[in-house]
Design a protein around this ligand. Structure first.
Ligand SMILES: N[C@@H](CCC(=O)N[C@@H](CS)C(=O)NCC(=O)O)C(=O)O
Length: 223
């Protein structure tokens, strides 16, 4: 049965799911594009009451929220591709994994998504150029998060320990947008963060995912 994912390959949250699909060597999937208007229409709101992408349809089992979709698929396809989750019997590993996932959603996601919104999405959709003081505050907030990450990554390879997990991959889409928007120095000047993030961006799974910045700037005629 083909997995159906309503989403856009250029959209941040769909990219989380795409990266997971590539890591797990899942090829039986279909991306079903949707317009912004249809996302807010009654039919789609039955699938995703917040009217966002992505939504997974696995043979009638409907799931939304990109991180939940990734965790579900990583467990469903546990026997293939990169492991990405702690073993079922590894209780402490599970705690460390959930903690690392929480670091991304609680501390990293907000400033990184604000930078993307202010510098990329809002200007592309007609909101004009942002107040650079507001942008600088978000960049400074993200930098503080990365400084803490650098300390964590001084003694381990990845955020949940020495093995790559979904928690690391969840950083890729917004992290790459922030770097592509010209803020790579906040990653690159921290040696452990640089090693960690470069290694994520070098993964074959991520190389297959299209660049959001190029796509959006293409829409607004910058390329
Ligand atoms: N926490 C949600 C966020 C979903 C989300 O905000 N998706 C964006 C695209 S990355 C979207 O649908 N934007 C259109 C809108 O907000 O109207 C997830 O991870 O799936």
């Amino acid at each position: 049965m083909v997995l159906k994912i309503t989403g856009l390959a250029s959209a941040i949250c769909t990219q989380r799911v795409l990266t997971l699909l590539h890591e797990k060597d899942i090829t039986d999937f279909e991306i079903i594009p949707i317009s912004l208007a249809d996302m807010k229409g009654p039919a789609y709101l039955k699938l995703h009451p917040f009217g966002k992408i992505p939504v997974l349809d696995d043979d009638g089992y409907i799931l939304y929220e990109s991180r939940a979709i990734c965790k579900y698929l990583a467990k469903k396809y546990a026997g293939q591709g990169t492991k990405l989750l702690p073993a079922d019997e590894d209780l402490k590993g599970y705690g460390l994994f959930e903690k690392a996932c929480s670091l991304e959603s609680s501390y990293f996601n907000h400033p990184a998504s604000e930078i993307a919104d202010l510098k990329l999405f809002k200007p592309a959709y007609g909101a004009g150029q942002p107040d650079e003081v507001v942008v600088a505050k978000q960049v400074a907030d993200l930098e503080k998060v990365l400084i803490v990450y650098d300390g964590i990554l001084a003694t381990q390879q990845y955020l949940a320990g020495d093995e790559l997990t979904l928690a690391d991959l969840f950083h890729l889409s917004y992290g790459t947008v922030v770097k592509d928007l010209g803020y790579s120095d906040i990653f690159d000047k921290l040696p452990n963060v640089k090693r960690w993030f470069d290694s994520l961006q070098e993964r074959e799974s991520w190389k297959k995912v299209p660049s959001t910045v190029k796509f959006i700037e293409g829409l607004s005629g910058k390329h």
